[in-house]
Ligand binder design. Structure first.
Ligand SMILES: Cc1ncc(COP(=O)(O)O)c(C=O)c1O
Length: 430
């Protein structure tokens, strides 16, 4: 029996309708080589979505650091013990993070990083005489992960509706990309109405990835941060997708000079090689948890593999590569090449809109009249499936084709990405 038949017998895939999966022919990826994935038949594909937005320097690039650390110390708990790689990485993250973020709490997924920020913000308020601050503001179309706390501050009804009865719902405010004229005014009003009962606002800075690559008007982030400060509401920036060079700077928050109270990191942290996440917070937050043990102000949260040393070693190797002279210049040159390709794709009659920040982009498909495509036809998925025949792996968000190539994509890689996307769109929506 081949791999795909064996898969269908035992696996349950995330965000995947099993009826379709079992009817199809799953692609079985066996190897990664630089910016390419290679299947069991030896076919090569450019990794157009960085293996779900994680690969920063290509596949296999931090393998040596991982192997060396695995031989030295594979795992040791952060509960009651510590280790050099975890300490070094925390020092490095604090050094590159926006000013004021001085403390690092490790976990192992973006959802957990957000969950931890929410819990820390809530407990901070409870322990600083503000027990009424127990709600969270989020952007209406936001996505912050799949654990229940993160779903509570999410707004993607397709993913989240079913779990409504299980969650503590946040307070949604209009998404600035969709309501550029009024979003700030509405946030201001929400803060006036509810600010006193809100612990924190959580936001993806500059661009909302899973919502369909929705780009905020410049200035929204800074203005939102100022409004939160005015109302004593903490600010959590979710840089799970935007962090580590994706938007052309190390973190998106830098581009508007904000000083958040929390920053959530995952995905690209380990160059995309291993699961590791971090929730950074300020000294003011941290100190509110420092007290005699009997007072029970401890943050009672932690995961078995919190701060795994091999993952920390991969992250350190990732940061070493990003610290090389000219790294961000190359990322921005690649982003400019992407922009040229996107502008040409925009000329296709079914391309309604292209959106981009750095090396994150979305190509929104509609019919030639500009009407959204019928949702039950899954054209976005069909386009991505076709792209495989042209040597590129893509994954859509509805009818938005996502481009999230590795930061090290070459001119040739990006030409292939653009060619495959165009061909797949033309074949699917002639
Ligand atoms: C902005 C953002 N936050 C959180 C998450 C959840 O991360 P994870 O899938 O690692 O739990 C994602 C995942 O796509 C994300 O894009």
């Amino acid at each position: 029996m081949d791999w795909s038949e064996r898969d269908k017998r035992v696996l349950w895939h995330p965000f995947t309708q099993a009826a379709e999966w079992t009817a199809g022919t799953p692609l079985v990826i066996e190897r990664g080589e630089g910016n390419y994935l290679i299947d069991t038949e030896g076919r090569r594909y450019f990794d157009g979505v960085s293996s779900l937005w994680v690969t920063t320097h290509g596949h296999g690039v931090v393998a040596e650091a991982i192997a060396a650390q695995a031989r030295l110390l594979d795992h040791s708990t952060m509960l009651g013990l510590t280790h050099p790689r975890g300490i070094e990485l925390a020092e490095r993250l604090v050094a590159i993070a926006p000013p004021g973020l001085t403390r690092v709490f490790y976990s192992d997924s973006g959802s957990s990083a957000v969950e931890i920020a929410l819990k820390q913000a809530f407990q901070y308020c409870a322990q600083t005489g503000q027990p009424q601050r127990r709600r969270f503001i989020h952007l209406a179309e936001s996505y912050h992960g799949d654990t229940l706390g993160a779903v509570g501050v999410g707004g993607m009804s397709l993913f989240h509706r079913i779990f409504g009865p299980l969650i503590v719902a946040g307070i949604p405010v209009p998404t600035p990309a969709l309501h550029p004229e009024t979003a700030l005014r509405d946030l201001d009003q929400t803060l006036r109405d509810h600010g006193h009962e809100v612990a924190a606002m959580v936001i993806e800075p500059l661009i909302q990835g899973a919502a369909g690559m929705l780009v905020h008007p410049r200035g929204y982030l800074k203005a939102a941060a100022d409004l939160c400060r005015l109302h004593g509401v903490l600010l959590i920036v979710d840089e799970v997708a935007t962090g580590f060079g994706r938007t052309g700077t190390m973190f998106a928050s830098e581009q508007e000079g904000i000083q958040p109270d929390f920053m959530c990191l995952a995905k690209g942290l380990t160059a995309g090689a291993l699961p590791l996440a971090a929730t950074l917070s300020t000294e003011r937050i941290f100190q509110a948890f420092v007290a005699p043990r009997a007072e029970q102000q401890t943050f009672f949260h932690g995961h078995t593999f919190t701060g795994n040393p091999i993952a920390c070693a991969a992250a350190l190797a990732n940061l070493d590569l990003m610290a090389q002279p000219g790294f961000f210049e190359k990322v921005n040159a690649a982003a400019a090449t992407m922009a040229e390709h996107l502008a040409r794709l925009r000329a296709l009659p079914v391309v309604h809109h292209v959106r981009q920040v750095g090396m994150m982009a979305g190509i929104e498909l509609r019919d030639i009249e500009g009407t959204p495509l019928p949702a039950d036809q899954f054209f976005g998925s069909l386009v991505c499936e076709r792209a495989r025949a042209h040597g590129v792996i893509l994954r859509p968000l509805g009818d938005v084709i996502v481009w999230m190539p590795p930061l090290t994509s070459t001119v040739d890689d990006l030409a292939l990405l653009a060619h495959a996307t165009r061909a797949a769109i033309e074949e699917t929506l002639p």
